[in-house]
Write a protein that binds this ligand. Structure first.
Ligand SMILES: NC(=O)c1ccc[n+]([C@@H]2O[C@H](COP(=O)([O-])OP(=O)(O)OC[C@H]3O[C@@H](n4cnc5c(N)ncnc54)[C@H](O)[C@@H]3O)[C@@H](O)[C@H]2O)c1
Ligand SMILES: [Zn+2]
Length: 384
């Protein structure tokens, strides 16, 4: 018998009533074992809708469908057009209509396979189809593995903004196969690594050092190293999610780098990939934290070094300073802002995060200070 592919099993605890615990399985080759694990975790389902963007369907669809067939499970592949521009109510409507056409009933289970977009759209279909059916998340980008697939947030974008219509719908199971990342371009790996650096910067300095020491091999996609990285990041995120399953308090720390990051994404018309924007955002916010006295001096420099070693950008685009008013306006509209005051999640030191004296997990950051931080984080500054 071949060696079972599950190398690590991480239990996501979710204490409030009504929120069930689930496992995250990480292992090379797990994609071929998917039906067995799905059947064990979702015993009541009699039909499976594999929801995936077209290119991911091309990569893995036939293989996964065949595995369901061999296992004697009734599955259909439902594809939708690729990309963030299709994370929409239109995609949700087309997919739910298709499921209705195909006669999917209340004992259906959705398998959301692909990047974060597939997880969000597939999860939202599952949250709403016949008032909710189980979802199994099968992330196939590093960002989706490390970030999107764990935590239960699902939804779609609207013309008014990203992720504005959605639901909390925790998965029954999450299955991650590092071998499925082989087809990702290096920049796709780098974008995911930025979120892993975030986890190290907030919670685990030794992990930050490990990422730095293994940077080149990680970017190259070495599966054993990626497996370790995914498992450690999932453990760290799962602990935060368990403490705050509905994103009302402590989960906000995971937004380190994202106040500035989102503003940069917005200012560049989303041409800057999310992970790259967060990379720059972490450096700027850590500098701001140092200027405020919240963050230990040297933290920004350390984070910047790790990010630069991974080939991630760390300096704001040159025009950032001149477009400051626009960046500030976006940050005032950020979901963490309170009464128009910009807030950031900030590490206290590499691998450590503390609440404010008032018990909040984000800090009010004066805009002039953030503006200085953008300048300090720019090339040639002596601060970082
Ligand atoms: N729900 C959450 O908690 C959460 C958290 C973080 C991010 N997100 C969401 O995730 C999305 C970003 O996720 P993403 O970066 O994975 O983007 P994505 O889903 O658009 O995937 C990026 C590209 O990679 C392709 N792809 C997927 N798997 C591949 C593979 N194995 N090989 C080659 N190509 C592959 C996709 O088809 C797509 O073209 C955003 O919409 C964001 O809002 C959600
Ligand atoms: Zn992010």
């Amino acid at each position: 018998m071949s060696k079972p592919a599950v190398q690590r099993r991480i239990r996501v605890h979710a204490p409030p009533p009504g929120v069930e615990e689930y496992d995250v399985l990480v292992g090379s080759g797990l994609l071929d074992e998917l039906p067995r694990h799905v059947a064990a975790a979702v015993t009541a389902a009699d039909r499976f809708a594999i929801i995936t963007p077209e290119p991911v369907g091309e990569l893995f669809g036939e293989r996964v469908l065949a595995a369901f067939g061999v296992a004697g499970l009734n599955a259909a592949l439902l594809t939708f057009p690729d990309g963030e521009v299709h994370k929409t109510r239109q995609a949700w409507a087309a997919l739910t209509d298709r499921m209705l056409e195909l006669g999917f009933g209340r004992r259906s289970c959705v398998i959301a396979m692909g990047g974060g977009v597939a997880g969000d759209v597939g999860g939202f279909v599952a949250a709403t189809y016949m008032r909710g059916v189980p979802v199994v998340q099968v992330p196939t980008t590093l960002l989706a593995m490390i970030d999107a697939a764990v935590g239960g947030k699902t939804g779609v974008d609207t013309p008014a903004g990203k992720n504005l219509v959605g639901a909390f719908h925790p998965p029954r199971l999450v299955v991650m196969d590092p071998l499925s990342l082989e087809s990702l371009p290096h920049d796709g790996i780098r974008a995911g690594l930025a979120e892993a650096v975030k986890h190290g910067a907030l919670f685990d300095a030794a992990y930050l050092d490990w990422i730095a020491a293994n940077g080149a091999a990680l970017v190259d996609g070495r599966p054993d190293l990626l497996e370790h990285l995914i498992a450690r990041s999932v453990q760290l995120k799962a602990a935060v999610v368990a403490a705050d399953p509905f994103d009302q308090a402590g989960r906000a720390v995971l937004n380190f780098g994202h106040t500035v990051g989102h503003a940069l994404e917005h200012a560049t018309g989303y041409s800057l990939p999310h992970g790259f924007a967060v990379s720059i955002g972490m450096v700027v916010e850590a500098v701001a934290g140092e200027l405020m006295g919240v963050t230990e001096p040297g933290t920004a420099a350390r984070i910047r070094l790790v990010l630069a070693g991974l080939g991630l950008p760390t300096a704001p685009p040159l025009e950032s300073a001149s477009r400051w008013d626009e960046l500030a306006a976006t940050m005032r509209r950020d979901k963490k802002a309170k009464a128009g005051v910009v807030h950031c999640a900030l590490p206290a030191a590499p691998g450590a995060v503390l609440p404010t004296a008032g018990g909040d997990w984000t800090h009010a950051v004066p805009e002039n200070l953030l503006r200085d931080a953008v300048q300090h984080a720019s090339p040639g500054s002596e601060l970082v």
